[in-house]
Design a protein around this ligand. Structure first.
Ligand SMILES: NC(=O)c1ccc[n+]([C@@H]2O[C@H](COP(=O)([O-])OP(=O)(O)OC[C@H]3O[C@@H](n4cnc5c(N)ncnc54)[C@H](OP(=O)(O)O)[C@@H]3O)[C@@H](O)[C@H]2O)c1
Length: 277
């Protein structure tokens, strides 16, 4: 299959490239390709003629996005529109990586793919804008919502916890921010299985199970042999961006196809197998 990948140098993009290496790939990222430039995106796709495009490029620093709404909308929403329009022109299917942050986390139960989004911050709104554009301009699309991505070699929560544990010798972690880790190699495997199905639509693909930041940090420290490092449970952690406090993404549509990710604890153990403790 001829597949273009945007955000190819990012956490997920790098893992996608490795998993899909048997295909004819076009990895795209800054500075060669800026998704905010509609003509540049169009030219890249016109030349390569992809059968599918995985759009993972985005501004992903949720707190920074809060202070730069115009740039965030330009990259995450308009950039996705540019990718969708270029896909339409060359008749490529598109797989858009979105986020569970399109929900506000106040449901009190797992979110299904068909629940109404209610994004809270700029990042979340911009990613929902990307979903709208994908659905407005294409019939052959997958919207894949994920949460708390972590990948070997990436800058992620696991590495932050380990760095803080070494630098400070103790940590404070929120017990009231609950979500699901998503291990990039597991997600890449799910994407590889989803792409050829042609069962288009919205998908929720995270590792199974939920945890608070506190629980996740404790498990990270245990696997790293740092269980002795004290972690103080906190609540109402102040940050620039409003984020959903209780987020569980129910995988109704993927499970129907046998596309589901294993429990997050197993994935985290594999992460440590990969990086070493
Ligand atoms: N990370 C998470 O926890 C998480 C959670 C939910 C959903 N997601 C979604 O998952 C996807 C992948 O996330 P990730 O963690 O792999 O992100 P990442 O590591 O930040 O990678 C994103 C890539 O996109 C590139 N990019 C930024 N602006 C661009 C532009 N204008 N044109 C072309 N490329 C551009 C970035 O380049 P620079 O580094 O040079 O800016 C980077 O290489 C994103 O769509 C994100 O919204 C992530």
């Amino acid at each position: 299959m001829r597949i273009a990948i945007t955000g190819a140098k990012g956490q997920l993009g790098s893992i996608l490239q490795a998993r899909l290496a048997a295909n004819d790939l076009l990895p795209l990222d800054l500075p060669e390709l800026d998704v905010t430039d509609a003509l540049q995106v169009r030219r890249a796709f016109d030349a390569f003629r992809p059968e599918a495009v995985i759009h993972a490029a985005a501004l992903t620093n949720v707190d920074q996005c809060e202070s730069q709404p115009e740039l965030t909308y330009r990259v995450n929403a308009l950039g996705t529109q540019n990718v969708a329009l270029a896909c339409r022109r060359c008749d490529a299917a598109m797989l858009y990586i979105s986020t569970g942050y399109v929900f506000d986390g106040r449901k009190g139960a797992p979110y299904f793919e068909y629940d109404a989004p209610a994004p809270q911050g700029i990042y979340a709104r911009s990613k929902l804008g990307g979903e709208w554009a994908t659905q407005a301009f294409l019939q052959r699309f997958y919207v894949v919502r994920i949460d708390r991505l972590f990948a070997p070699g990436g800058r992620n929560f696991v590495e932050t916890v380990l760095r803080l544990a070494h630098e400070r010798g103790s940590l404070s972690m929120a017990t009231d921010e609950v979500g699901s880790p998503t291990y990039a190699p597991d997600l890449a495997e799910a994407v590889a299985r989803l792409l050829p199905t042609e069962v288009y639509g919205i998908y929720h693909l995270t590792n199974a199970g939920v945890c608070s930041r506190y629980e996740w940090a404790r498990e990270i420290l245990r696997l790293a042999g740092l269980a002795h490092v004290p972690v103080t449970p906190t609540q109402d952690y102040a940050r620039p961006a409003p984020v959903p406090k209780q987020l569980e993404l129910a995988n109704l549509c993927g499970a129907q196809l046998g596309v589901a990710l294993r429990p997050w604890q197993e994935a985290l153990a594999d992460y440590f197998g990969e990086r070493g403790a």
